[in-house]
Design a protein around this ligand. Structure first.
Ligand code: GDP
Length: 171
């Protein structure tokens, strides 16, 4: 009786493992992702574009699309529409339209998480040492970079700035 139970449990574990392998669910390999990065007006003005891009490239992210743009009020407002109504929204739109920005599609293993780690916390005072915001940002409102935070926002944000033919995947 006891042996039969063990056999049943083992068979179930084996079946689950097999199904997981076939469907990829037990695959611990990092997923190939794309994400949107923006070098914000403060970092562009401070001539930090190259140093910020170097952080991405040195950490395994590849640029598959890039351009410099100057956002107008509608574009900045639409991009940050999720924050509409919050106390900092108007200042955020004003800041994002204050000068040119560099928008990039970054790709690589776990690109969304990796980019966010390299960026550091939203508030540079709380950002870890060695992060982009710790090293290049002056305040929570002028914080050097933007990075998508989920696969869903990454897709929307990449398409906000780039036509598919403007992206050259390098996986
Ligand atoms: P992020 O993903 O780390 O950029 O942060 P959020 O998506 O929460 O916010 C978007 C941007 O709005 C931030 O990068 C900041 O520039 C700005 N922001 C967010 N929270 C605050 C805040 O409490 N005060 C101010 N002044 N700006 C903020």
């Amino acid at each position: 009786m006891f042996n039969r139970s063990i056999f049943t449990v083992l068979a179930a574990v084996l079946a689950f493992t097999l199904i997981s392998c076939l469907t990829g669910d037990s695959d611990n390999r990092p997923s190939k992702e794309v994400t949107l990065s923006i070098i914000k007006p403060d970092a562009v003005e401070n001539n930090n574009i190259g140093e910020i891009i170097a952080r991405f490239e040195k950490n395994g992210l590849r640029i598959s699309g890039m351009k410099m743009v100057k956002l107008n009020e509608k574009e900045a407002g639409d991009f940050y529409s999720v924050h509409k109504g919050r106390p900092f929204y108007d200042d955020l739109v004003k800041f994002m339209t204050s000068g040119p920005v560099v928008v990039m599609v970054l790709e690589g293993d776990d690109a969304i998480k990796k980019n966010r780690e390299l960026m550091g916390a939203t508030d540079p005072e709380k950002a870890a040492a060695g992060t982009i915001r710790k090293d290049f940002a002056k305040s929570i409102s002028k914080n050097a970079v933007h990075g998508s935070d989920t696969p869903e926002t990454a897709e929307t944000e990449v398409l906000f700035f780039f036509k598919p033919e403007e992206i050259k995947n390098r996986f």
